[in-house]
Design a protein around this ligand. Sequence first.
Ligand code: HEC
Ligand code: HEC
Length: 466
Amino acid sequence: MNGKNRNDKTNSLISLAKVIKLAVILVFVAFGFGFLTKGIWSQSERTNKERDQKETSFDSQISNNAQQMIAEGRRIFRFDTFGDKAFWTDKLKLHQAIEGSKLGGVGPGVSPKTALSVGLKVDMDALPESLVQQIKAGKIDLDDPATTLALIKLDAVLGMKGSFNSNGSLKSVGLSCAVCHSNVDDAFMPGVGHRLDGWANRDLNSGAIILLAPDLSAFTKLLNTDEATVKKVLAAWGPGKFDAELNLDGKGFRPDGKSAATLIPPAFGLAGVNNHTWTGGWGTVTYWNAFVANLEMGGQGVFFDERLNNAAQYPVAARAGFGNKRSGADMITSKLAALHFYQLAIPAPIPSEDSYDRAAAMRGEKIFNGKANCAQCHVPPLFTEPGWNTHKATDIGIDDFQANRSPDKTYRTSPLRGLWTHTKGGFYHDGRFATLLDVVNHYNDFKRLKLSEQEKRDLVEYLKSL
Ligand code: HEC
Ligand code: HEC
């Protein structure tokens, strides 16, 4: 029994020792595991942090890039002429007409009053306070071309960039995108105010401005016609219009005898919109930017588009080799990225609440999306189709003259935001509908929508609210 007891005691002591040993081992294992996992943990924490830091630093590269692109793009949009003085100054000699004979140019010169009357706009924020006071006091002669030169020197005339000789005379002028695609809010006086980039300048009479130029031989040569015809074509454009296809197909007038020019569209609210211009088929915003800078504004750069070699559709462009333009110096390509980015960043301006009837607009929205089925093509919130957003003329019940001047022979579904900013000049590519109600009446007839007068009015209020 004793022996057994002792044995039991010894056994239990051994077990105790075993338990302690096990516990010690477990503690060590636990600690070791802890150490190990802590090591792994802190290591993975470190790599996470490093990754975070790396991501953060590339994220900040992205943000910095965005900021820089906007700043650069804005400068290009407003002030860059892409070397187009080679066209406006060297060929057309527009600078001489602006200056006038008294200052060494030709003709009466362009006074600020004349400039405003052809729709040029003045940025009041570019005017020094002393000048603002003098204008207010009536001490500045708005009939004197010298005042225009002073404004150009201040970079105050939207889209017009000058360089000057040491004697103060105008050495050259060039144009930037802002001349057609910017407006001012008239805060100072009509035509003078704060800049509104992207707003269509529906006062600008670009035909009349080109007609001021003393030498139109660049046009007569390109279009292979006489000066009287060129003048007739330019004089027919009128305010808010320009013809971006004239230098491709040479068509100055439509079969109905009216000018072939189209309205200047807004250059805001274009992010997410696939095809651009009234007719679409040309391509993206950046395609069109390169096209305009090279072929419309007369900038120095590279442009490629084999479609312009099609002599049947584009006899003028094919003759001039516009489908593969290579200027000696390229002053355009390096600017396309920032210019594109900036344009996509310009939002469509929001209308003021008191500019439309809110309750009617809400009813109109239902009609737009429902009974009138406008949203089938003008898909909210882009108000154009995601995808290939163009249509045959027969889809919208109009003639195909302008459509046929584009590569795809279509019209692009206009994105409808900010319609309220360009009511001047009318609607559709040529302004054929003077008011939004005229547009609605057209769809009502063409699509047999059977809208009541009230429904039409509600639809119009909705369009005004976009
Ligand atoms: C002389 C006036 C004029 C100048 C200068 C001008 N544009 Fe335009 N822009 C137009 C007209 C007119 C159209 C419509 C062309 C068409 O549909 O055939 C247009 C169309 C556009 C569109 C298409 C808008 C849309 O609704 O999709 C963009 C984008 C554009 N221009 C950007 C520019 C940029 C960028 C510049 C400067 C490089 C520029 N434009 C210079 C008159 C001008
Ligand atoms: C089949 C597609 C389609 C449908 C449906 C349609 N639209 Fe359009 N819409 C277009 C196209 C394409 C244009 C461009 C016409 C042009 O440039 O001449 C346009 C142009 C417009 C414009 C002129 C924009 C401008 O800047 O001048 C307005 C406004 C408009 N549509 C409103 C409507 C309303 C309201 C409805 C419904 C009653 C409607 N649309 C139905 C395709 C459509």
